[in-house]
Design a protein around this ligand. Structure first.
Ligand code: ADP
Ligand code: MG
Length: 137
């Protein structure tokens, strides 16, 4: 069964919508195979988002991701990676379709509620960044 990594970002954790976002996953065929709440260090956030290090928004993104605790989860199901991306909606919440997580819970492109792996290869790397195989079930 396919697996992907989800992060509920600091804005959504602060708003108290962890449960509402988990419900989107579980109501749409994505099982939570592992989950934990944690505070990212600056180094961890920089390493996690290393693919974006040349982008103009990189420093703001890192600052935002360490501004409070996040919830990282392994989601499992058929087409889990793409299904999670579809449930998330567009990166900019103003462009996200009605009923998506970002349309419903995000304020702007910086504070956009959730992260989801964007390929199966990245999903494997991102899952390994946070979880040992023995803790995924
Ligand atoms: P996604 O999270 O939809 O996969 P990207 O991987 O392109 O989007 O970008 C990673 C994160 O960086 C986004 O979720 C968003 O928080 C931030 N970001 C992306 N593009 C911009 C931008 N133009 N301005 C500010 N922040 C951005
Ligand atoms: Mg991305």
């Amino acid at each position: 069964m396919e697996q992907t990594l989800s992060i509920i970002k600091p804005d959504a954790v602060a708003k108290g919508v962890i449960g509402k976002i988990f419900d989107r996953f579980e109501s749409n065929g994505l099982r939570i195979a592992a989950t934990k709440k944690l505070q990212l260090s600056r180094i961890e956030a920089k390493n996690f988002y290393a693919v974006h290090k040349e982008r103009p928004f990189f420093n703001d993104l890192v600052d935002f991701m360490i501004s409070g605790p996040v919830v990282v989860s392994v989601l499992e199901g058929e087409n889990a990676m793409q299904k999670n991306r579809d449930l998330m909606g567009a990166t900019n919440p103003k462009e996200a379709k009605a009923g998506t997580i970002r349309a419903d819970f995000a304020e702007n492109i910086d504070a956009n509620a959730v992260h989801g792996s964007d390929s199966l290869e990245n999903a494997d790397t991102e899952i390994a960044f946070f979880f040992a195989s023995k803790d995924i079930s």
